[in-house]
Design a protein. Structure first.
Length: 524
């Protein structure tokens, strides 16, 4: 939590667009499940079947994916349960268990299940299971991973037959299709069980690549091949899930080769870069770092001054020397790897002469030094704050750094007691940025930023219907953000999946699921 300022939206609440237009219903076709998102570099040896993969997980309170509240547990449960949709590496939705036929007004959808889907006990998957899963999510704990997925889905639905169900939405929403990222569970098996720790909820029946075998409380869980998976079956025969209380324990276990796979952020995985016995597969995340302004400060409310700040940071150099190359340059709060990214926006190259001229254009600055707030636990942001402080003083903006622990940092931000800050958001893949820049109907944002044009663009992007309309509205929003600079975008961080050298195959981890193509991995 100390490394990320706020969770703007749950990462597991995936978002994006759906395949439709404004004139008619358009069915989203099912993908070829054997197609990888990118062309891989071939592994050095031919795949072989067999072996056991050891992966970590936090102690679970439940193994029901719809009642679970822990992200680490959810990662492992993805091996046992399939979601209705998945995201590819561009954060774009791909139908998984079903196709989606959205109405032209954005208020309804007909979902059609694949043929011959079965649970791991051999019973068929039907639309009764989708309806039951929706009802389960509505009554799930508020902190359940997928709870918000049903927030815009009406409680009224129509089951057309065993394969088709019709749902209604409460309001049009451009990212609605992505809220079908949640897995479904069996109505016949789970019945009316509401206790997360019940026998059924701790002995799951799923529809994933693997099926549940056993769970030894606080020690390990064992999985084996699911003969009824609709996907191409894995090479790896079994999964041993080792219970670990925290990230540091996971990394220690990985160092001792007690586990074979672990996720790591920059601070952790840097030490593995030159180790021959470790594979490193990077992937894009929605961790977005930026420089924020307090718009109650009259100096910073001037666009010329904000542009000067943008010209005073050498982002390529920061990526190379602070993030060690493990980040993508951000131009707006939309990841450059996203299918919604607009590249044709105003850009601000590193140029202290231009920055100095912009400050002089405003009449210069002679007030109290601008306070650059940063939380001292985050090494990358502390270094950025130091560079920014040096360069602001060079261009005529007197500044000083205020480095606080996370609690003090957050208090200052919430009370508006700062001028500039270095911070970050953990964004949702659907770029709903109203929480950051919106100010309509009395809403307040942490920057004290107010702009009627921004409000209109945010509203248009939120309610856009159809792929073309959504991309157009997101393009216009990004151009306005880059032009007005409510904040200076820095980077989108990357994370990595570390695997031991005995784990081979073409690996395509994505932020929503590091095991996305585990059926292509194999053990030496």
């Amino acid at each position: 939590m100390k490394r990320v300022l706020f969770a703007a939206a749950a990462m597991l609440m995936l978002a994006g667009c759906f395949n439709q237009n404004n004139n008619k219903d358009v069915s989203t076709p099912l993908p070829d499940e054997t197609t990888a998102p990118d062309t891989p570099t071939p592994s050095p040896a031919a795949p072989v079947k067999g072996g056991t993969l050891r992966v970590p997980m936090r102690p679970p309170k439940t193994l029901n994916p719809l009642l679970n509240e822990d992200a680490s547990v959810d990662t492992v449960l993805k091996l046992l349960f399939e979601p209705l949709i998945v995201l590819d590496k561009s954060f774009k939705p791909v139908p998984n268990l079903a196709s989606f036929n959205f109405t032209s007004d954005g208020l309804g959808v007909t979902i059609t299940l694949r043929d011959n889907l079965k649970w791991s006990d051999g019973t068929p998957i039907t639309t009764d299971d989708i309806a039951f899963s929706l009802d389960t999510l509505r009554s799930a704990p508020d902190q359940a991973v997928y709870k918000n997925c049903v927030s815009n889905i009406s409680a009224q639905y129509t089951i057309l037959d065993d394969k088709k169900i019709k749902l209604q939405f409460l309001q049009p929403y451009s990212g609605m299709a992505y809220q079908f990222c949640f897995p479904i569970i069996s109505k016949a098996y789970y019945g009316i069980q509401t206790d997360p720790g019940s026998a059924e909820n701790m002995n799951p029946v799923g529809d994933g690549l693997y099926k549940f075998d056993s769970y030894d409380n606080l020690k390990e869980m064992q999985l084996s091949l699911n003969p009824y998976t609709y996907r191409q079956g894995p090479y790896i025969n079994a999964i041993d899930v080792i219970i670990a209380p925290d990230q540091q324990t996971e990394l220690n276990a990985f160092d001792q080769r007690l586990i074979d796979v672990v996720s790591a952020e920059l601070a952790e995985w840097g030490r593995y870069r030159n180790k021959a016995n470790t594979n490193i597969d990077e992937y894009s995340t929605m961790y977005y770092d930026f420089i924020g302004f307090n718009f109650n400060n009259e100096t910073l409310a001037k666009l010329d001054v904000r542009q000067a700040v943008a010209h005073a940071v050498n982002i390529p150099d920061i990526i190379a020397n602070i993030y060690l190359g493990h980040a993508s340059m951000a131009f707006t709060p939309v990841n450059p790897d996203s299918w919604l990214f607009e590249p044709d926006v105003d850009k601000y190259d590193y140029n202290l002469d231009t920055a100095t001229a912009l400050v002089a254009k405003t009449g210069g600055y002679s007030g109290q030094p601008l306070r650059i707030l940063v939380n001292k636990e985050n090494d990358e942001r502390v270094k950025i704050a130091g560079i920014l402080n040096t360069n602001l003083n060079k261009i005529g903006l007197a500044a000083t750094v205020e480095s606080l622990d996370y609690a003090g940092y957050l208090d200052k931000l919430n009370s508006g007691d700062y001028d500039i800050f270095v911070g970050g958001f953990n964004l949702s893949p659907v770029p709903d940025l109203g929480f950051a820049f919106g100010s309509s109907e009395g809403a307040a944002n942490m920057f004290s930023y107010k702009d009627d044009t921004m409000n209109a663009l945010l509203a248009a992007a939120f309610s856009a219907i159809g792929t073309t309309s959504y991309q157009k509205s997101m393009s216009e929003l990004q151009k306005y953000i880059a032009a007005q600079l409510p904040c200076v975008s820095l980077v989108f961080r990357k994370s990595a999946m570390l695997t031991s050298d005995g784990v081979l195959g073409d690996k395509f981890p994505v932020a929503s699921n590091i095991f996305a193509n585990i059926n292509q991995w194999y053990i030496r």
